[in-house]
Write a protein that binds this ligand. Sequence first.
Ligand code: PAF
Length: 310
Amino acid sequence: MRYAIIGPGALGCLLAAALGDQHEVWLLDHDPTRAAQLNQQQILLTKNGRERPIPIRATANPADLAGIDCGLLCVKSKAVAQALTRSLPGLGGCRLIIAFENGIAHLEVIPALLQKIPWAVGVTGLGATLTGPGQIRFGGEGLTRMGFLAAEPDAPTIALLTAVANDFRQSGLPTEISMNILGPIWDKLLINCGINALTAIRNCPNGDLLNDSETISMLTTAVKEGEAVAKTLGVSITPDPVERTMAVCRATAANISSMLQDVRRHRPTEIDAINGAVVHLAETLGLPSEMNRELTRQIRNLEESAPLFP
Ligand code: PAF
């Protein structure tokens, strides 16, 4: 299978590293200088204290993607429209795109842009930290789920998603096809609602959120507000999201959340796709969302207090 991974961030590089051993993998970067650097240096994956180079092909030219079978969209939520618009001319033969963004904002944007290419959603519990261009530190194992959100696709597209899931498994990434991908999307959204903004505000690794009762109470309220929205929308989420969020804090105790990584690098965060999206839906449904609104406000303040690099 020929893969194009759109976006050389932590997840994009981790998937490229995993699939790159056995498949032809292209990494599409909007920055030609960095793409040239990645081509020379390859992906450098540090796992269990050992660094290993993994060969991939990087390019900033979407025309190089002609003939790929599957695109894995791994850009930040806010960059989805720009990344797809830029890469679509090169994705002519592509038969499936799987979107791996955090939050739910991208689900509104993608249908209008991908009218000709079937798309699915990926939700992953894999953890990774980008330590430099193409350099990642493995952050922890996690199940990846993939599924179609929109109307039932045709048989070849279902077969292709099944083949991709097999490739992921053979590359060492536990992966399942989900017939109800909206459930896992919201399961992860609720975890991100509880962890990401708070770690960025407290400037601490995930595990430290459980060190004081005030932070635990904020985490609990943020997740419960999101849970009420999910239930009102009829999304079938896994029970007890607060306990599951705290379990993720413990399991990824030393991890620097993706939002704290963004804040530290002065990059725009995904607050609008996570806590901000919950606030928006809660307001529409007439449900309380004070904690998510407050977390969103504080993150926007952090973004404004330092210059941002897109
Ligand atoms: O966004 C993240 O950082 C991750 O989704 C999670 C689960 C919070 C772990 O750091």
